[in-house]
Each structure stands twice: as structure tokens, then as C-alpha cells.
Design a protein around this ligand. Structure first.
Ligand SMILES: Nc1nc2c(ncn2[C@@H]2O[C@H](COP(=O)(O)OP(=O)(O)O)[C@@H](O)[C@H]2O)c(=O)[nH]1
Ligand SMILES: [Mg+2]
Length: 280
């Protein structure tokens, strides 16, 4: 059976979409060993049944919170056939940050561009075709509470699951790509069936403790961990904290996407930005 995971920032409409897809065929429990709620259910589309799991809402996929670890571990280890990334169209710039991180994992993915009604009422216009092209994956505009776009979302999920093509991995600036390449070379000589090697390389450059710990369990990994430390020191001398350096590289791509695919009638004012910061 096709297995689908819903990912997204908190409050983007993931639960409404999950309910639309599964109806009453759902089960609520906890993630194993955690106090975080896990919702699973079954949906059907064009006569085909599929399993859907609602991942915890997160802004990022770091190792700093249990929700983020649950979300990324599910994607990495359980390998769902399709990840549906639910995006709040009225806050697209920030939401794209999670989109890029999901794509870094090397998955088959669909974007549900939700809350387009809200975006429109705020004067935000998104060129869906352009966004699709820039991300390299299907983008389906939705208004979840009105069930708008649900049929198309279902169809795209099945299409992507069947076609089996992974989303293109985001490409960063030259210097980060070189560092990633150096680590990928060593990583590819290890037995790492579960992981996308490029993702591991990025996480090692960020200094992700959970990834370092997992790697330490694997024979022959000492060399790549050492190499990553040297690369981090090199980047730190030039740019400061390597993790922030990687974050900035993601935001450079996001700014490029936004400049090409999003038109906003009104620029965010300083007080809008402050409101947003305090609401989180
Ligand atoms: N205007 C608008 N509101 C939405 C849309 N989708 C969800 N919402 C609202 O956004 C809020 C958060 O939705 P929810 O599904 O709980 O978000 P989750 O945290 O991602 O699971 C709720 O008040 C929903 O009614 C949408 O497409 N348009
Ligand atoms: Mg929810």
C-alpha cells in the first residue's frame, strides 16, 4: 500500500487536510516512546487505498526538538512513498525553509499550497507554475476548510507515488557545494543504505549531533567525522557559525524563488515582522 506522510510548519492546515483525506478512518495515538500525538489514517483516491500519517508540525528538521527528530526520522527511516509538504501560502517565505529541508532528504514530494484564500486577501500572488518549475515538484493550490484542491492533491500523490521520481536536491553556493562534495566522497565508501549521502554531508557541516551519533555506530566512520570537523573549522574562520552559514545558504535560494514566483501587493512593515516574531 502507498504510504504518505504530511509535513509542514505548525498551523498551516495539516490537520484539516489530514481529516479531508482520511475522513473518519483515522487513529490517534502517540509516537513510540514519546508524548507527541501521532495521527494515522487511510484515504482512497481513484479506487486506490493509501496510508496517511500526520507528522508533527515543525519549522525545521534539526535535532534540537523531539518533534523535529520524529518528523525527520520517519522520513529517513520509514521512507514514505510520498511526502506532502503543506505550505501556508500567506507566509510562503518562511514555509519554504521546511520545503527545502524536506527536499534535502531526497524524497518524492508534493507541495499542498494551502491558505491561498488568505494569501489572496493579503494581496500575495503566487505563480504556481513558476514555483513548480523552481522546486521541481508538483504544487497544488488548496483551501482545506472548503475542500478546494483535495481531489487534485490526491491525484498528484498517486501520480508521484507511481512514477517514483525523486525531487531534485537543492543546490547551494559553490563553497558549500565543494564542502558537501568532499564529505560525500568519503561517505559513499561507507555502508549507508538508509541515508541520503548528501543529506548526511549537509548535517555534518551543520554539526548535527544526532547524525554524528548515528554515524559513530558505523564502522570506518571516524575519517568522515574528522574531515567534517576540519571543514567546520575552515568555514567558521571565514563565516562564523557553520550552522548559520548553511541556514543562510538555504535562505539565498528561498529569496531567489520568492523573487521569481511571488508578488506581494504590500511589503511587510517592521511592525508586521515584530508581530510575527512575537506570535511564534
Ligand atoms: N483561511 C484559511 N484557513 C485555513 C486553511 N486551512 C486551514 N485553515 C485554518 O488554519 C488553522 C490551523 O489549521 P490546522 O489544520 O489545525 O493546522 P495544523 O497545525 O497544520 O494541523 C485552523 O483554524 C484552520 O481552520 C485555508 O486553506 N484557508
Ligand atoms: Mg495539526
Amino acid at each position: 500500500m502507498i504510504r504518505v506522510a504530511l509535513a509542514g510548519n505548525p498551523n498551516v492546515g495539516k490537520s484539516v487536510i489530514f481529516n479531508n483525506l482520511t475522513g473518519s478512518r483515522q487513529h490517534v495515538g502517540n509516537w513510540p516512546g514519546k508524548t507527541v500525538e501521532k495521527k494515522e489514517g487511510y484515504a482512497s483516491c481513484d479506487g486506490e487505498e493509501f496510508y496517511v500519517v500526520d507528522l508533527p508540525g515543525t519549522y525545521s528538521l534539526t535535532a534540537y526538538s523531539v518533534e523535529e527528530l520524529i518528523a525527520r526520522d520517519f522520513i529517513v527511516k520509514e521512507k514514505p512513498d510520498v511526502v506532502v509538504i503543506v505550505v501556508d501560502a500567506s507566509n510562503i517565505e518562511r514555509n519554504l525553509y521546511l520545503v527545502l529541508q524536506v527536499l534535502e532528504l531526497g524524497v518524492r514530494a508534493v507541495v499542498a499550497l494551502n491558505k491561498i484564500d488568505l494569501a489572496r486577501s493579503m494581496g500575495v500572488e503566487i505563480n504556481v507554475e513558476e514555483l513548480k518549475k523552481l522546486l521541481g515538484i508538483p504544487v497544488v493550490p488548496t483551501v482545506a476548510p472548503r475542500k478546494q484542491g483535495m481531489k487534485e492533491l490526491c491525484e498528484k500523490i498517486l501520480e508521484v507515488a507511481r512514477r517514483g521520481k525523486e525531487a531534485p536536491l537543492p543546490r547551494y553556493g559553490r563553497e558549500l557545494e565543494e564542502a558537501v562534495g568532499e564529505l560525500e566522497k568519503i561517505l559513499s565508501s561507507l555502508e549507508l543504505k538508509t541515508y541520503n549521502i548528501r543529506w548526511l554531508a549537509i548535517k555534518l557541516i551543520e554539526g548535527d549531533k544526532a547524525v554524528e551519533k548515528e554515524l559513530e555506530k558505523i564502522g570506518g566512520s571516524g575519517k568522515v567525522i574528522e574531515k567534517a570537523k576540519r571543514i567546520r573549522r575552515r568555514l567558521e574562520r571565514k563565516y562564523g557559525d557553520p550552522e548559520i552559514y548553511v541556514i543562510n545558504e538555504r535562505y539565498r535560494i528561498i529569496q531567489d524563488i520568492v523573487s521569481k514566483a511571488v508578488k506581494s501587493a504590500r511589503r511587510m512593515t517592521v511592525s508586521d515582522l515584530l508581530d510575527q516574531a512575537f506570535l511564534d
